[in-house]
Design a protein around this ligand. Structure first.
Ligand code: THU
Length: 151
């Protein structure tokens, strides 16, 4: 990815964060997911009075893309911090979001950009973020093995 692409993705995540609905935690997160076809899907966290239905910004972006027929992705930018415009920390994707990424992304190449500004960011592969992850290959390969065993 070029510096310009990274900057554009972080800007889109910062913009998405403005839509965050976080009346309970007051912790606002924005994400921007870059698809292989060049489309960018934005997402924010959406909280709920019953707490557990809360959806993270990253999953909002993924579910928007997948529900529109897009399943191949290059990278995601994430920005999160307590209420207010200032990004005071690096908000790393939670375990559930990492697992959703495992479903649709090649862990060796998919990049996660966690940012505090367009110039202050950390970039990691999904493999680095979720070592020893469990993915679709585990299940589909075992189905193939079972079919072979049954003849
Ligand atoms: N949150 C995200 O949106 N993404 C993450 O990866 C971590 C947590 C949200 C969920 C909740 O609305 C708030 O941040 C505080 O946990």
């Amino acid at each position: 990815m070029t510096e310009n692409q990274i900057r554009e993705l972080i800007e889109a995540a910062i913009q998405a964060r403005r839509m965050s609905y976080a009346p309970y935690s007051h912790y606002k997160v924005g994400a921007a997911l870059l698809a292989e076809n060049g489309q960018i899907f934005q997402g924010c966290n959406i909280e709920n009075a019953a707490y557990t239905p809360t959806n993270c910004a990253e999953r909002t972006a993924f579910f928007k893309a997948v529900s529109e027929g897009v399943r191949e992705f290059k990278a995601i930018a994430v920005v999160g911090s307590p209420d207010g415009d200032e990004l005071t920390q690096f908000a790393s994707p939670c375990g559930v979001c990492r697992q959703v990424m495992m479903e649709f992304c090649d862990p060796e190449v998919f990049r996660i950009i966690v940012a505090r500004s367009v110039t202050d960011y950390r970039c990691m592969t999904l493999r680095e973020m979720l070592p020893c992850g469990f993915g679709p290959d585990n299940v589909t390969k075992s189905i193939i093995d079972r079919r072979k065993a049954w003849g």
